[in-house]
Design a protein around this ligand. Structure first.
Ligand code: 6PG
Length: 253
């Protein structure tokens, strides 16, 4: 059953704390029920504070990171040590402490391969790690963290992009979208996002207030506002937002 919830946090620090708690709850439930935690990480700047918080001793000890498998919702097609890389950001934040380095991490960019080959290779990684296949449908993540761009993009699903139309691939590539940096992208597709047990959008700041109200209250078409296309048929969408981002909402729950 599809459900959604809106959680309004006082400020970015409160959002990071709420997101860290949500990751820990999802991780413990997944490991208890299925023996492992399959987590999709968001790029961008909003999740950085959450990733840093998860490295703090009390949080780091809360999940068996050795039984956690960390994937990416999207990636910029740049070297893994490039400051624009989401993998590089995650390595600098979430994976900066030994306790979390036990986690199994799957970067989207494979050195020496072009962007199309990286997307195809990542789909094979998902097939192997989730033991999923065409016959039993897309990989089912326990939790995927996503951001929201001011233009309504999420992951690297940009307005009007061909990637929005991909229904039979789990990973695809996209030319530079409407958000910086202007580089080719690799992204999970709607079939994977909409198979997740839980999606958590992390949205902070006044600049996101207009697009957040549009997504939550105007029910826009996903072609114009890709985040509106994320609604797992058998999962929960949690909108974790701060007061600044929630400033234009007419409904607060
Ligand atoms: C990326 C992200 C992207 C991001 C949004 C919001 O690779 O940049 O995946 O989808 O989540 O653009 O970014 P901020 O959190 O920086 O506002």
């Amino acid at each position: 059953m599809a459900t959604s919830e809106l959680i309004i946090c006082k400020d970015p620090e409160g959002l990071a704390a709420g997101a860290a708690d949500l990751v820990i709850r999802a991780g413990r439930e997944a490991i208890n029920q299925r023996g492992r935690f399959m987590l999709g990480l968001s790029g961008g700047s909003t999740p950085e504070q959450t990733y840093k918080l998860l490295t703090q001793p009390d949080h780091a000890a809360a999940i068996e990171w050795a039984r956690s498998h960390l994937f990416f919702g999207d990636e910029r097609f740049v070297p893994l040590d490039d400051a624009r890389s989401n993998f590089c950001m995650v390595k600098r934040t979430l994976l900066s402490r030994p306790a979390l380095s036990q986690a199994h991490v799957f970067p989207m960019v494979t050195p020496g391969k072009n962007v199309r080959q990286c997307a195809a290779e990542y789909a094979r990684v998902l097939e192997r790690e989730f033991a999923a296949g065409a016959n039993n449908g897309p990989p089912r993540f326990d939790l995927i963290l996503l951001g929201l761009g001011e233009d309504g993009h999420t992951a690297s699903l940009f307005p009007g992009a061909m990637a929005l139309l991909v229904e039979h691939e789990w990973v695809t590539w996209s030319p530079p979208g409407t958000a910086p940096p202007p580089v080719n992208r690799i992204t999970l597709t709607y079939p994977v996002l909409n198979t997740a047990r839980r999606i958590a959008f992390l949205v902070a700041g006044k600049k996101k207030a207009s697009i957040l109200r549009k997504v939550l209250e105007a029910k826009p078409a996903r072609d114009a506002c890709p985040a509106a296309g994320v609604h797992p048929a058998d999962g929960t969408v949690t909108w974790l937002v701060d007061e600044d981002a929630a400033g234009l909402l007419t409904r607060r729950s």
